[in-house]
Write a protein that binds this ligand. Sequence first.
Ligand code: DGJ
Length: 699
Amino acid sequence: MPVVAVQGRDHTWALHTPRTTYVLSVEQGEEARVVQWYWGPRLPDEAAAEVTRARPWRMETVFSADGDLAEALPVDGGRRWGVPSLQAVYEGGVRSVELAFASAQVRGGELDIALHDPGYGLRVTLHLRVHDDTDVIERRTTVTATKGPVELRRLDSASWLVPEQAGHAYSAVAGGWGRETQPQRGVLPVGETTFTSRTGATSHSANPWIMIGEAAERHGRLWSVALAWSGSWRLTAQRRPEGDLAVTTGFGHEGLSWRLEPGESLETPLSLGLMSDGGYGGASHAWHDYALRHVLPYPEEVRPVLYNSWEATWFDVTEEGQLDLARRAAELGVELFVVDDGWFGARTGDTRGLGDWWPNPERFPHGMGRLFDTVRELGMKAGLWVEPEMVNPDSDLYREHPDWVLHYPGRRRDTARNQLVLNFARDDVREWALGWLDGLVGDHGLEYLKWDMNRSFSQAGWAERGDWLWIGHTRGVYAVMDELRRRHPALRIESCSGGGGRVDFGVLRRTDQVWTSDNTDARDRQRIQDGFSQLYPARVMSCWVTDSPNPITGRRVPLGYRFHVAMAGVLGVGGDLREWTPQELAEAGEHIAAYKRIRRTVQHGRLDRLGGRPGLEASAVQYTLDDQVVVLAYNPFTEDRQGPWRLRLAGLDPEARYAAEDGTVWHGRTLTDHGMAVPVWAERGADYRSALIVLTRVR
Ligand code: DGJ
C-alpha cells in the first residue's frame, strides 16, 4: 500500500515510495498543524509508528517558534516567525490564519488533508501523491475562500522538513544569459537563503530546485526539492540556529497578492521532493527517470537530429537561403529542419514585425509552402520558430491592440529587445494566439515549433485582475500549448527563452526538448550541460554544433570536439553550412551517423558524470542502456596534467564483459574498479582532444 494510516495514532500516515517513506500527521491543539515526522529510507509500517513517538527536544523560550519548520505548510499566524508558506489577509485586515482539521482522504497513492479556518472561511487542502516507480513525492496545495473575500499574499506548494542527518550542504544552479545552470555548491548559512525569479519566467539566473546533503558524485544521501512551474517562483531554505532546516517553495515572488472572492479557489503547481542515495549521480538518475516516466508527453521517443538556421542567417532569412541550407543539412543526415526568427511580417531585425504572424511576402513570395514541401522531399520534418507571447510596438498587432500588453495606466511601457509582453492571462490574447498557431501548424503540417520568449516582465499591470497575471500568464501559455498539441498530435515543441530561460518540470509536461543556452561555444557548453544534467535528462537537452570561431565567444574549437559536446544531448546543427569545407561537411556527416547509433542510449540511458570539471579540465560523461555503453571524453587543454587518466565507469554488469570498437574485450569489474585509459587525452600537441567510446556488453 503506498499510503498507510499509521496504527495507534490519529490522522497519521506513512507514504511509501519504492525506496523511501514519508510520515506526517495532523496534530491538534489550539489549532491543527500538519507535521512532518520522517523522510528517509523505506520503513516497515511498524517503524513508521515509532518515528512519531517523541518530538525532538528543543529548549523552549518565549522567543522561539514551536516546531514551525516541521509543518508541511506553515501559515502566517499564531506564534510563528519563520517564512510563511501560506499568508492570507481576511476582511478587516485580519492576518492570523487559524486552521482546524476538516477531513482526510486516501485514494491509492494519493492523500488529501483538508483543513479550514472556520472563523473567516478559508479551506486549505494539502495534496500528496506517491507512485510505485519513483521516489519522487508530489505535493501541491489548494485553497478556497468559503465566506468572505481573502487576499493571498503567499501560497506555496509545499514546505519540506529536511532531516537533521542531511547537514547543511547544498547544491543548486545559478547563472545568467549565455551561462545558464552553472553548478553552485556550498553550505547554507543560518538564516534564510532564497532562490527566486521575478522575471515572469523560470529565468536564466536560477532554476527552481535544491539538493541538500553531504554527498559526492557517487556517494551520499540527498534530499532534493523542485518546483514544476515556469513563471516567477521562490524557493527558500531556512536554517535555524538550533540546526533545523526546511525548504518552502511555490509560484510568485514577494509582494504579489491574489484576491479570492467567496467560492473561488487557487491551486498551486507541483512541488517535488526526493530522497536518494548514490550522491549527486544517484539523485540525477532518479530525477531523470521521473522526467521520463511522469513528466514528458512522449518520453519513449528518440528525438531527431535537427538543423536550426539562427546562427547561419540571423535575421537574414529568405526562401532561397533556407532552401540552400536545407539541401546541405539533408546531405549530412539531418532529420528536422527548423526555420528560426525572421520569416514573418516585417521582421527583418528585432525592431519590428513581432506579432504579425504571416510569411514575409518579399522573403517568402510563395508563402512557406514551397520551402516546407522541399524540406519534406529532402526527407526531413519541418519546424518553425515562434514567439507568441511578445510584440514589437512597431507591428500591426500592437497598433490594433495596444491594450493587450502588460502595462499600468500612466506608466512607461519599457521595451526590452524592442518588445513588449502580451498578457496571456487574457482570454482574447490566448484565443488570438491559438488561432494563428493552429492555422500555421495545420496549414503546413508542422512537426515542430520552437517556442521562444525573449524578455522578462516589466510594468506588469493588468487593469482587470492585477497580480493574477503572474499566474494567469504562465497558465495561459500552458493552455495554448496543451490545446495546440491536442489538435495536432504530431506536433512537438521546444521550449526556449533566450536560451535556457524556461527550463523546468512545468514546461516539460507540454514540451519535448528545451533550448539549453544561446551560448553554443562547446567549452562553455560543457559546464552549462553539467549543471543542466543535475536534474534534467539528456533526452530534452538541445545542443547544436555551430561555427568556429564561435559567434558569441570568438573561441576556436575543432569540429570533432564541438560534435562530441553536442552529442551529449539531443544533437542539432546550427552552423552556416554554406561556409563549411567539403572535409568539414564529410566529417559532420560521419559524426551525425555515429550519433544515430548511440542516441537511444544518450537520450534514454542512465547518465553518469565520470569526473573532472567539464570544460575546465579533463572530464567524461557515460550513458548506459541495455547492452550499450557510451562514453564521451574531453580534454580541452594540451598541458593539463591533472587527470583523471583512467576513467572508472559506472553502473556496469560486474559479471559481464564489454567489447570496445577496437576489438578489445574488458571485464565489467576492470572497467568499474580499475578504469579504462583514454589514449586521446594523453596525446600531446593540441588542445581540445575528445573521444566517443562505445562498448557493447557481450554475453
Ligand atoms: C533567442 C533564441 O534563444 C535563439 O536561439 C533565437 O531563436 C533567437 N531568440 C531569435 O530571435
